[in-house]
Design a protein around this ligand. Structure first.
Ligand SMILES: Cc1cc2nc3c(=O)[nH]c(=O)nc-3n(C[C@H](O)[C@H](O)[C@H](O)COP(=O)(O)O)c2cc1C
Length: 419
């Protein structure tokens, strides 16, 4: 069955991609300015963001949640349930929001946040976001007399000192009016919008493990989850690149917006890569897949019966090299390789990686020791050495693969200008 798509979502990216891949939680409180919330949410979407609205109880007296459901194409959080929505949105996990926006923010909610009080879906989400370190932006709206209350001002100052960004208000007609929609969205783009430094660049990325069949039901493969390649695809796409991802059997879902070509075996990966290189001129090719290096010489056509087979000998032969097929088809892409070693010294890791860079005629090699804790296969973090052709070595200390993906793109970007 096809997945239903909310018709309101057809405006996503209609005005830009600066917020592509960004997930914004839009908290709405009981101010008349809540009437501007659909416009804010929709302009964020027009710039690529995914928006989920959260209501305080008082927000219901101004607008109906249906309006924000229509505006965002997503269900609205109006109460906290057993699904612990505040943690699902702002807790410490992979799917957490990139930004919490409180627009409009009442005097009441601002002061409660400043006091660490959480007694509405909005304040609970903000409290959770504080602990997680998610950026928080607040757009106040109230009568000037409320805004001029010294404690409200003190609380705003307190929150600013804690790193919360305030947008507006506009002081007009005796009111502290909500900032304009454009002002709010521009401030958000400036705060969390991706750099658009890869616009129109064509990226070919291989990711995930390949599998080789022993017989129709048994395989050999590697422990790769595909996460590093998927994060690279996601990051390149967010920065404006056109991305083709040739994806083996990874356990991490491929990102939205990129062209995904699913493959199983190494030969299928080579064929898919070659087919892409025949039709598209790539600026960058990143071989992040952990291909099965060997394949059974004679895979069995039928399932090997366990009852009659006490021991099983298999002769393996090397699989074709994906990287070599790239260079044969196109000389110009900036070629990036990954090299995995197991429990070697940094010096040894770098020496082996550089030798591989030379034989593969690559431009950059990213070496990691998958024997180290939290590095390499099936982890959310990685630690790498990036070594270029001139043997310039950049150490990327252990951090999330999401962050590493952007650091790798920065390194590539610096070098493609020189090629
Ligand atoms: C029609 C109406 C408009 C309101 N507008 C505002 C406003 O713009 N700013 C504000 O701080 N409070 C405003 N209030 C008061 C808040 O709704 C009230 O303080 C409420 O407790 C806020 O709860 P919340 O912060 O959990 O949303 C308004 C109340 C009503 C009934």
């Amino acid at each position: 069955m096809r997945k239903a798509t909310h018709p309101s979502r057809d405006i996503i990216e209609s005005q830009g991609v600066e917020l592509r891949g960004k997930f914004i939680v839009h908290c709405i409180t009981g101010s008349v300015a809540a009437v501007q919330s659909p416009e804010i949410a929709r302009l964020l979407m027009r710039h690529g963001a995914e928006v989920v609205a959260v209501f305080s109880e008082a927000a219901h007296i101004i607008i109906h949640p249906y309006l924000m459901e229509w505006a965002t194409g997503n269900s609205v959080i109006t109460e906290l349930t057993g699904a612990i929505e505040h943690v699902a949105l702002a807790g410490e996990h992979e799917e957490k929001a990139d930004l919490i926006l409180v627009a409009p923010a009442t005097a009441n909610t601002i002061s409660k946040i400043a006091m660490g009080v959480d007694d509405t879906p909005v304040t609970s989400t903000v409290t959770t976001a504080f602990g997680t370190g998610i950026p928080i932006m607040i757009v106040p709206a109230m009568h000037a007399s409320m805004y001029n209350h010294p404690i409200v001002r003190e609380n705003i100052k307190k929150l600013e000192d804690l790193g919360v960004v305030f947008i507006g208000p506009r002081l007009e007609e005796g009111k502290a009016k909500i900032a304009t929609t454009k002002e709010v969205v521009s401030a958000i783009i400036q705060k969390i919008g991706a750099k658009h430094d890869l616009d129109k660049k064509q990226f070919l990325i291989t990711a995930g493990p390949t599998i080789e069949y022993i017989d129709p039901v048994r395989i050999v493969t590697s422990k790769s989850s595909g996460r590093m390649g998927v994060e690279l695809a996601k990051a390149a796409y967010a920065r404006g690149a056109k991305v083709t991802l040739v994806y083996g059997r990874g356990s991490v879902p491929p990102p939205e917006g990129v062209k995904v070509i699913p493959v199983e075996t190494t030969q299928e990966m080579v064929d898919a890569v070659v087919a892409e290189l025949e039709t598209t001129k790539f600026d960058v090719a990143i071989a992040a897949a952990a291909v099965a290096d060997w394949t059974p010489k004679q895979p069995r056509k039928e399932k090997v019966p366990t009852e009659k087979t006490a021991t099983l000998s298999i002769t393996f032969q090397p699989t074709p090299k994906v990287v070599d097929s790239i260079k044969k088809k196109q000389k110009t892409p900036f070629l990036v390789l990954f090299k995995a070693e197991h429990q070697v010294s940094d010096d040894e890791l770098i020496t082996r990686a550089y030798a591989r860079l030379k034989t593969a005629k690559a431009d950059l090699i990213l070496a990691n020791d998958v024997g180290r804790k939290g590095v390499g296969f099936d982890t959310e973090t990685n630690e790498l050495f990036a070594i270029d052709e001139a043997k310039e070595i950049i150490h990327i200390p252990k951090t999330s693969k999401k962050k590493i993906a952007h650091l790798i793109l920065d390194i590539i970007l610096k070098r493609i200008g020189k090629k």
